[in-house]
Design a protein around this ligand. Structure first.
Ligand SMILES: Cc1cc2nc3c(=O)[nH]c(=O)nc-3n(C[C@H](O)[C@H](O)[C@H](O)COP(=O)(O)O)c2cc1C
Length: 336
């Protein structure tokens, strides 16, 4: 009988993804741990995200030759080793001194794509020069459009391959833990000389001013995709789509892909992950922050995708526009 070799276990090493979360809780100052792990308001949607994942089961088929498994796929034509991308997440330096540069190196090592957050703690240029990972750049649109244009054009010059426009946050979520911790948003290097990003909860401002609510352009609408197209030649993905109506609109305005996401329940009460996927699954942004078995998720995702293809089969162009991919966030917190 053939037995798989058991890797030597080092005392204290995590063997399950949930253990990383506990290690992070022990290692990080509470204010940062709460920032990374928290959700908006009463965290009801966050709990729903996690529970939805726990409810997913796999319908295994037997006697299939699995001696050679190839999980590689392509996203926007870029070959990656597994259908998992690193989702944009802000402020990696709060978890590790090397910040997003280390995350980009991890992406390169795993042969996948990193989406750099607009609100990163390393600059667009630092991350670009750190390794040869394929990188996308996530952005928000500020009232000061010149600032958004500045960052997008820098990303394009630095060889980022796509723009991921996050559209689920006309106003930022009210994260109660951050409010209680009196979290202070740092001045982000990408914005130096452009705008102050430093905001604190104890500077006399109201809770609504806690984050970038004063800077975000709440009037952003479908017509502005044209504006985005006019300032960049890169493909545009929309992140934060939660209904089939909006997915269809996204295709109509000519975006190159969508990311189904409720922002990890950080920006209010978007519909939770499984509910979204039952409506449509195109690019799937995982709704649970910590997963126990990534492979199981990919398999179940593919099964759901098949179901979705059936549900939306009358809208045949959707099948050719999108690649089924699982987006994973928080990777830097776990691995840097
Ligand atoms: C600490 C943290 C920061 C995030 N920052 C951003 C961001 O700057 N821009 C963005 O579009 N999404 C951001 N997100 C949302 C993620 O891209 C992703 O949608 C979310 O984490 C859901 O995936 P998960 O539940 O597997 O973590 C952030 C998520 C976390 C946890």
């Amino acid at each position: 009988m053939f037995l798989l070799p058991v890797p030597e276990y080092m005392e204290g090493e995590p063997v399950n993804v949930n253990e990383f979360q506990e290690l992070a809780r022990q290692a990080l100052p509470k204010i940062y741990y709460d920032y990374y792990s928290g959700g908006a308001e009463d965290e009801y949607t966050l709990k729903q995200n996690v529970e939805a994942f726990q409810g997913i089961t796999i319908r295994p088929r037997i006697l299939v030759d699995v001696s050679r498994i190839d999980l590689s796929t392509t996203v926007l034509g870029y070959q990656i080793s597994v259908p998992i991308l690193i989702a944009p997440s802000a402020k990696h330096k709060w978890a590790h001194p090397e910040g997003e540069v280390a995350t980009a190196r991890a992406a390169a090592l795993c042969d996948t794509i990193m989406i750099l957050s607009y609100r990163s703690t390393c600059t667009i240029e630092e991350v670009a020069s750190s390794c040869n990972a394929v990188r996308f750049f996530q952005c928000y649109v500020y009232k000061r459009r010149d600032i958004s244009a500045n960052l997008l054009q820098r990303a394009e010059r630095c060889g980022y391959k796509a723009i991921v426009l996050t559209v689920d946050s006309p106003r930022l979520g009210r994260r109660e833990k951050d409010i209680k911790n009196k979290m202070v948003n740092p001045q982000l290097k990408n914005f130096e000389g452009l705008i102050s990003t430093r905001v604190s909860t104890d500077d006399g401002s109201k809770i609504e001013a806690f984050d970038a609510n004063t800077a975000f352009d709440a009037s952003l609408s479908w017509k502005d995709i044209g504006w985005l197209r006019s300032i960049t030649n890169l493909p545009v993905l929309l992140k934060g789509v939660l209904t089939h109506e909006d997915a269809i609109k996204a295709v109509e305005v000519g975006v190159d892909g969508i990311v189904v996401s409720n922002h990890g329940a950080r920006q209010g009460k978007g519909r939770f992950y499984v509910g979204i996927v039952m409506e449509l699954a195109l690019l799937v942004d995982l709704g649970a922050p910590w997963m126990t078995d990534i492979k199981a998720t990919i398999l179940s995702h593919q099964r759901r995708f098949t179901i979705q293809a059936f549900v939306i089969s009358s809208v045949s162009w959707i099948n050719i526009c999108f690649t089924p991919v699982v987006f994973l966030a928080c990777t830097s917190l776990l691995y840097t």
